[in-house]
Design a protein around this ligand. Structure first.
Ligand code: GLA
Length: 388
């Protein structure tokens, strides 16, 4: 059995007795469609093998006792006073209790142990994974009978309101709805979604971790949302039908936004172009045209770096290194930005050589060895225990 499930059970038994349930919720990649989710656009995420495991058991009082295996820390509190904790890992669990209780789903006291292997701050959505594992486990434990989409929305709300990051729905959705070997084309406006396989005999998806830790709670992420909202508010004066950037086109943005700050025009232009690009990119993948898909990844990166300004020198370095390698057909920064990983589309036979080369030059330039993880697409949130 997976060692992390074993750990989640073992530490629970050591500290609290027998758990009622162990839930796994994965991190995610996003092939294309970055910063489009909160603009009602499209994204193309998939859930990965790295995941968070939460073992939970009910208590007879109103106490919440938590243990993080990775931080080697306990948290103690109670369901009556849910407040932001200085132990940041505990906040993602508390955020879920808070959102459930505010919606009238009263949680009894519980114990929980958290164990995971999603690199933190790497743009792989470790926080969404903790939130999804927690809400799924509490839903089972207390019999709330919430469906998956409702849990996704509540987990997003928890992140927005308790944690204070105004994230879109993509991360929580991908963690909860992922399927093995499938990518998910998600329409973030209607929440319609389509699975299709990511299948290639020739190419592999590879994550390279810059090891620059980002913090989305840092105001920059929320500022990007405000810039998009400012753009929409301005466009609406001339086009009342525009409810979000999903409804605009590059032409409209260029025509109507010239009165505004150049920065806002650039942000909106990136988003509008990216929303259109995702749909074309999905067609590329369905046709098996990886070369065309890879080119779009590079274009997305340029937009994220030069127009949306969410990249950093280290990520640009990694993407440039990929672009300079003949067997890497696409690369871009992935997730919220300001650090974390690049996603690369690499010829299978060149994988090891590319990893060696990029690791060496990155180490020479930045004094750190980057992480390199070939991606495996695994299933979404599920009960995985208890089993001894
Ligand atoms: C973070 C957010 C997501 C999404 C991405 C950027 O991961 O949590 O909602 O906005 O950034 O695409």
């Amino acid at each position: 059995m997976n060692l992390l499930i074993q750990d989640a059970g073992r530490y629970y038994r050591e500290h609290f007795g027998e758990p009622n349930i162990i839930v796994r919720s994965p991190g995610r990649i996003n092939l294309i469609g970055e910063h489009t989710d909160y603009n009602d656009g499209f994204a193309l995420p998939a859930s990965i093998d790295n995941a968070v495991y939460v073992s939970i058991g009910a208590r007879t009082d109103d106490q919440i006792h938590l243990f993080s295996v990775d931080y080697k820390e306990f948290y103690k509190g109670n369901t009556a006073t849910i407040e932001i904790s200085l132990q940041s890992w505990a906040n993602y669990i508390l955020a879920i209790v808070d959102v459930l209780q505010k919606a009238g789903y009263n949680c009894g006291g519980f114990n929980a142990v958290v164990r995971g292997d999603i690199p933190i701050g790497a743009g792989l959505s470790s926080s969404a994974a903790v939130e999804c594992a927690t809400i799924f486990a509490l839903n089972e434990l207390f019999g709330f009978k919430l469906d998956r989409m409702t849990m996704v929305k509540m987990a997003q709300q928890a992140e927005n309101e308790f944690i204070g990051v105004r994230c879109g729905i993509m991360d929580q959705f991908a963690s909860m709805f992922g399927k093995p070997d499938q990518v998910i084309e998600l329409d973030c406006r209607s929440l319609d979604y389509t699975y299709f396989p990511f299948e290639s005999a020739e190419y592999e998806l590879l994550l390279i971790n810059s090891r620059v830790k980002h913090s989305l709670a840092d105001s920059e992420y929320n500022l990007r949302r405000l810039d998009c909202e400012a753009g929409v508010a301005h466009l609406q004066r001339f086009h009342p039908n525009i409810k979000s950037l999903r409804d605009a086109t590059p032409e409209i943005v260029k025509q109507e936004l010239h009165l505004l700050d150049k920065k806002i025009v650039q942000r909106c232009l990136y988003v509008v172009e990216e929303i259109a690009r995702v749909q074309e990119a999905c067609e590329d993948l369905k046709r098996g045209d990886f070369i065309s898909f890879g080119k779009k990844m590079f274009i997305t990166h340029k937009g994220l770096s030069e127009l949306y300004n969410v990249s950093c020198p280290e990520l640009d370095f990694l993407v440039n290194a990929a672009a300079a390698h003949k067997d890497v057909i696409g690369a871009r920064m992935m997730g919220g930005g300001f650090g974390g990983c690049t996603l690369n589309l690499v010829k299978k036979e060149a994988l090891a050589e590319f990893i060696d080369r990029v690791s060496e030059t990155y180490l020479e330039t930045y004094g750190v060895l980057p992480g390199a993880y070939p991606v495996t697409i695994e299933g979404g949130t599920a009960v995985v225990g208890p089993a001894k």
